[in-house]
Ligand binder design. Structure first.
Ligand SMILES: Nc1ncnc2c1ncn2[C@@H]1O[C@H](COP(=O)(O)OP(=O)(O)OP(=O)(O)O)[C@@H](O)[C@H]1O
Ligand SMILES: [Mg+2]
Length: 263
């Protein structure tokens, strides 16, 4: 960590809303073949906090998120979600965990053979086992209004633009109101206005439901709007952390390079 934030482990001083720890990663290492992608990742996500992860392409940001939801297994180290070691969970426990953790993949895939409404209902019926049609209709309507796409309700994914698909993918994750949200580049490929709307939606979710989120992004405006705390990743580790403003004024050349256009 650079001079911006020299707190020792266990003494992080985030602007988190509470001290409750939702995700704790310690000394995570992950290799693919001979390539060591994650070397020593340490991260704490507190309840109600929006944590931003910045880093160049191919650094292992998405790999980190996949370790959190148990899609990838660490080679070394510990990944705890709600206090449970993810690698030790049974299949059923992992399923249960995934009902409480929403993740928006970078690709944000929808089911192509289903309408937008069916895609959204699917999450509710499958994850939350909601059967009451009136409640399903109400929640679908509410979330589509939230993402500003009420008119898309009966469309097929193929009839939507890339940006619209991304927003529906986000709606499908948010509709089950997960306690933890993992956003992998939520605004990539969107125009600046839509990006801003998505960023504000992430903020709204945090405030309304006390959602705790990890937000991977290259979009500095998104980081500025949504982030309580920012981590900067390089070469398999986090090399700096602080608030957006603290890092923006860092003396470190590498940290500065992320904030060049924000001043
Ligand atoms: N399942 C996998 N098998 C083998 N290699 C993988 C796998 N997943 C990721 N990698 C490799 O790990 C490295 C990090 O990938 P990752 O997708 O996490 O990068 P990233 O930081 O999310 O980049 P970007 O900003 O471009 O999304 C890459 O070199 C990638 O090729
Ligand atoms: Mg990625």
């Amino acid at each position: 960590m650079d001079e911006v934030n020299q707190h020792k482990e266990g003494a992080e001083q985030p602007s988190a809303k509470t001290d409750e720890v939702m995700v704790k990663i310690e000394h995570l290492r992950k290799c693919f073949g001979s390539k060591e992608v994650l070397k020593d990742i340490n991260l704490t996500l507190h309840k109600g906090e929006n944590l931003i992860v910045l880093g160049r392409s191919g650094q292992g940001k998405s790999v980190t998120i996949q370790c959190i939801v148990g899609l990838l297994t660490p080679d070394k180290g510990s990944v705890k979600v709600f206090g449970q070691e993810v690698a030790e969970l049974s299949n059923d426990e992992l399923k249960e965990l995934r009902t409480r953790v929403g993740f928006l993949f970078q690709s944000g895939a929808l089911y192509d053979s289903m309408t937008v409404k069916e895609n959204l209902e699917f999450a509710l019926t499958r994850v939350l086992k909601i059967k009451d049609q009136q409640e399903l209709d109400q929640r679908v309507k509410e979330v589509l209004e939230g993402i500003g796409l009420p008119e898309a309700i009966d469309k097929m994914p193929s009839d939507l633009s890339g940006g619209m698909r991304k927003r529906v993918g986000l709606a499908r994750t948010l509709i089950v109101k997960p306690e933890i949200m993992l956003y992998d580049e939520p605004t990539t490929g969107l125009d600046p206005i839509t990006s801003r709307e998505i960023s504000e939606l992430i903020l709204k979710m945090q405030k309304k439901y006390k959602t705790s989120s990890i937000i991977i992004t290259h979009d500095m405006e998104c980081a500025r709007i949504t982030g309580d705390r920012v981590l900067i990743m390089n070469d398999g580790e986090y090399i700096a952390q602080g608030t957006f403003e603290e890092l923006q004024h860092s003396e470190d050349e590498f940290v500065k390079s992320f904030f060049l256009d924000t001043l």
